[in-house]
Design a binder for this molecule. Sequence first.
Ligand SMILES: Cc1cc2nc3c(=O)[nH]c(=O)nc-3n(C[C@H](O)[C@H](O)[C@H](O)COP(=O)(O)O)c2cc1C
Length: 307
Amino acid sequence: MKTRVTELLGIEYPIIQGGMAWVAEHNLAAAVSKAGGFGLIGAANAPVDVVRMEIRKAKEITDKPFGVNIMLLSPYAEDIARIVVEEGVSAVTTGAGNPEKYMDMWKTAGIKVIPVVASVALARRMERYGADAVVAEGCESGGHIGEQTTMTLLPQVVDAVKIPVIAAGGVGDARGFAAIRMLGAEAAQIGTRFVVAKEAVVHEAYKKRIISAKDIDTEVTGRTTGHPVRSLRNKMTREYLKLEKEGASFEELEYMTLGSLRKAVVDGDMIDGTVMAGQIAGLIKKEQSCSEIIQEIINGADKLLGI
Ligand SMILES: Cc1cc2nc3c(=O)[nH]c(=O)nc-3n(C[C@H](O)[C@H](O)[C@H](O)COP(=O)(O)O)c2cc1C
């Protein structure tokens, strides 16, 4: 299945693994790239040396192209923007900010730039800045979200820009993949399903929680702070929502979630940790290798699309 995104990234299949904080480390990113998709290392708030090591370790596992997701609000964003050039990463996806000031440096180095957007206006702006593609992310996604659904956002972004559009949010199987292709996307960025991949170094309890999740098990916290996050319902989300209702301050809410994703991913704390996952969690029923996940989605979608 060739699209402008497979051409742009030099990959076999138009499937990108989302750059997930704590989850998307070198083992997962390299496994996805090895399987013909495009793996991303999630830099999130990690210090520069950690990200550099992650890139080098991924290179030891695969010689296929992979990228780094840069959270532009990270205190280390500036340095990470520079080391992706030094380490010869082939693409970056960016979130939480404006990548404009790094554009020239990345372009000169031949790095493809793919911002994540949650609105048509932002997609247009990113195209103007010189982005090579955009990820249109709907609010079904796990993690930080916007307001529009994938179903509605995607075709509007596709109509608004000329660069290729990658769909994120709610793609969990061949049907979802075929659907986003019909809506005009040239690749899918998948997060939640890759959290339960065999190669994902994620606590067993986290994977089991996703596998046992029902359709209605996610909750959005942080709407009052302007930074909404989707995760699986637990004691943490219940207490957070209660505090929000009571009008808690931004600082109080921030303090509550400090280190909480790490707690879930590394320690397997499903009670007080933040178990980020998308609404598609209810569809995910087993742990599989990255290669099995990609093959199943692509082969199924080929049949559905009559390719
Ligand atoms: C555990 C988890 C952590 C995430 N962390 C990030 C992140 O640090 N940066 C980012 O751009 N997206 C992040 N995301 C979003 C994913 O990259 C991806 O766009 C999203 O998961 C796609 O939707 P899906 O979950 O329905 O597959 C995260 C998602 C999950 C599930």
